[in-house]
Every structure is written in C-alpha cells, then in structure tokens.
Design a protein around this ligand. Structure first.
Ligand code: GTP
Ligand code: MG
Length: 219
C-alpha cells in the first residue's frame, strides 16, 4: 500500500512539474484554493472576478465530486470555467489540471484559479503545479482547525479567514486561529475577509497582484 501511494504521488509530482513549467512559460499565476466544504471558495472567486474584471484576467478550474454548480456560478460572474468532477475522488490531481488547461486555454499573463474539492485532508498531498496554495478557513469552522489538519496549513502560503461578518455570532478567536496556523507553518500569512460584505478584500487583491507580478518576473 505504502509503495503504491509513493508511486502515485511521484507520478503526480512529475505531472505537476510539467504544469508548473507550462504556467511559467506563459507567465500565468496559478493558485490552488483549498478548504473544507462551504468555507466560501466559490463566493470569494465570484467576488474577485467581478471586482478585478478590468484589472486582472481570471479563469477557473472547478473541482467537485459532483455537479456543475460551481462552474456555472463562475461563468455567471463573468469568467471562463472548466468543471472537473472527481466522482469518488477527494482531490484534484495534476493530470486533471493539464486536461482542464487544454480546454480553458488561459491567456498569457493571466491568472488561473483552481478550486479544489472541499476537504482539508487529501488536496494537501497533491501538487497541481500551482505557485501557491491558498487555504480558506471560515469562522464557523473553529479556530483549532490548523492544529487538527496541519498538513493543509503547512502546505499553504496564505490563510484567508472568511465570513468575518459572522464573528459576533460564533466562538471563533481570530488571534488564536492565526497563532495555530503559525504553529504548524511559521511562514504562513493571514488575512481576514468577508466575501459577502467585501470587508478586507483589498488586502486579498494586493496579495494577488503581488503574486501575479512575481509570476510575470519568473516567466
Ligand atoms: N455570512 C457569510 N456567508 C458566506 C461568506 N462567504 C460565503 N458564504 C456562504 O457560505 C456558503 C458556502 O459558500 P461557497 O462559496 O459555496 O463555499 P465553497 O467553499 O465554494 O463550497 P464547496 O465548493 O462546496 O466546498 C454559501 O451559502 C455562501 O453564501 C461570507 O463571507 N459571509
Ligand atoms: Mg465551491
């Protein structure tokens, strides 16, 4: 079993490296959005696409076990989207991204957002060739989650704490959540947003623009 798992991960890593080269050659910023179900990944993307439509061309690869719902939401927000259904699978793999890109045909210098299947476990292990993983943690999930699912928070560059509009109604300590994330990953950045009200999104957009500039330089 362990041998088989090692082989699957090695094959995935090789295909992810190929994707990374593909992105670099086109100066594309690729991000992998990971979180538990319902943290607000699609809502954050919808809002980002609408707010940045004149500044940043964005297209999306949507991963879900079933339904085309999120792909349709992204198209309604004004961006191209390819929906990948993983069936029983709990994460996207690098070959699915390569196939998605062949269909999506993202422009040179654009941003490709990958919304992974909602769960805090499997997507941590599978590199897709992204520049960074973005972990979204919503305030209804509990501030202990970085300690309980350390692999995901260790793999991420940035933690977006979402649904801050609900803070008055839940027992979620923002400082504790950030400290917990930094316990497992001292490098992780943290920003606080409400994808619903728009609060805090300026710092998300600043981070995105910085990453897009670096992707262009790297290319
Ligand atoms: N109050 C509040 N609700 C939010 C916010 N962001 C998202 N939601 C709600 O949370 C629910 C789930 O949002 P989605 O964007 O579908 O979450 P997701 O992470 O894409 O979910 P999956 O793709 O199923 O994993 C929806 O009812 C959203 O309206 C927010 O900032 N504040
Ligand atoms: Mg979604």
């Amino acid at each position: 079993m362990v041998e088989l798992e090692a082989q699957i991960l090695a094959k995935n890593d090789m295909l992810a490296a190929k994707n990374r080269g593909w992105f670099a050659g086109r100066e594309i910023l690729a991000l992998n959005l990971v979180s538990s179900p319902g943290s607000g990944k699609t809502t954050l993307l919808e809002r980002t696409i609408r707010d940045l439509k004149d500044r940043m061309p964005i297209s999306v690869i949507e991963g879900d076990q079933a339904t085309a719902n999120d792909g349709e939401r992204i198209r309604a927000a004004g961006a191209a989207a390819v929906q990948v259904n993983t069936g029983a699978g709990c994460h996207l793999e690098a070959d699915m991204i390569a196939k998605g890109l062949a269909e999506l045909k993202p422009a040179v210098g654009s941003v490709v957002m990958v919304e992974n299947v909602g769960n805090l476990v499997c997507p941590a292990m599978f590199d897709l060739g992204e520049r960074a993983k973005v972990v979204i943690l919503s305030v209804t999930e509990g501030d202990d989650k970085p300690l309980k699912y350390p692999h995901m928070f260790r793999a991420a560059e940035i933690m977006v704490i979402n649904k801050t509009d609900l803070l008055p109604h839940v027992d979620f300590n923002v400082e504790a959540a950030i400290a917990n994330a930094q316990t497992v990953n001292p490098q992780i950045r943290a920003i606080q947003v409400s994808a619903k009200t728009g609060d805090g999104l300026a710092s998300w957009y600043d981070w995105l623009q910085g990453e897009a500039a670096q992707a262009r330089l790297a290319g």
